[in-house]
Design a protein. Sequence first.
Lengths: 190, 177
Amino acid sequence: MPRKKLEEEEIVANLLPVLNIMFLLIPALLLAMEFASMASINVSPPKFSNTPSEPKPEEEKKEKPLNLKVFVMEDGYRVSADGQQEGAEAGKATDSKAPTIQLAKAGAPLNDWDRYDYAALEASAKKYKSLFPNETIVTLSAESKIPMQALIFTMDALAGRTCKLGKAMKGEKVPDDCYFWQPVVEGGAG
Amino acid sequence: MTPEQQAFLAKKKEKAAIRRQKGDEKTELGITSLMDIVSIIVVYLLKSYASDPVVINPTAGQKIPLGTADSPMQDGMPIFITLRGITFENKKLVGMTNEGDIEPNSVKDHLIGPLYDALAEEVDKAKTLAENTGKPWSGRAIIVGDQELKFSALVDVMYTAGRAEFSEYSFCIIRKS
């Protein structure tokens, strides 16, 4: 018997249902889209300032705490460590008249984000970190009119502006260029 | 008319006659190229899909502070503070004065009454839910502020959140590129 010749048929895939789903996915994904990448700065309330969150080794316990405090004023930063203000007059613990770090742009309005000398503050944080390598906590306070953006930039400078904690949050080691990355916000400190 | 032109016109007429004789052809819409474009858009959108546990949608006119920190957002309850007021759970609870301070009649000894009530209610709900599901309650407040928000207003919100049993705070920022 002669065998039937197989005829090749051209099969065209029906893409319309797939396309329908795709079109529905677009508005759904647009709604959940991240237009600006958000991050967070974890801040501790004052009650945790003197309580270490993790048990430290015996040798670390012997180390005297630094108690670094930064007070953001309208005319600059007042930095103090262990109750002694940096740059205060001889024999005085604090000298409220003079800020430790002067403004970078004196006379600039409060909403000028470059008015503070973040580089000098970062250098000061680096200096303290080299003396107290295990310290990560800084107590931060400000005058009532200080805008939140200035406070955030101050936190960035104290943590180190190149400090990336994203991986450390997942369990990796905290990078060496991170100085004081655990801010404690206090009202009226300083 | 030259013989070449006449030949050209004759050929044109002949072609037109053939086309007329053919009748209506069933034409199909080519959707492959459209499919390619849509696929590319879907992949792009999937890449930029927000994977954070909390999706922050700033309120109108709010300028979230910029920063260099890169810690990812953690689960928590967002409190939106703008220069117009304090919003929690899509409800504006407290207004602000023109000077950027919290309305004085809403604050007593740093405690913002309407905000405290709303937070305490939500904390109760969250705690019950955590008990039922067996998951620990984080007690984290995500403070979504404004660049020009005064420190005094920020401290009042933090104090109120602390009184409502929040023990951890996160400041939401936009990562500087």
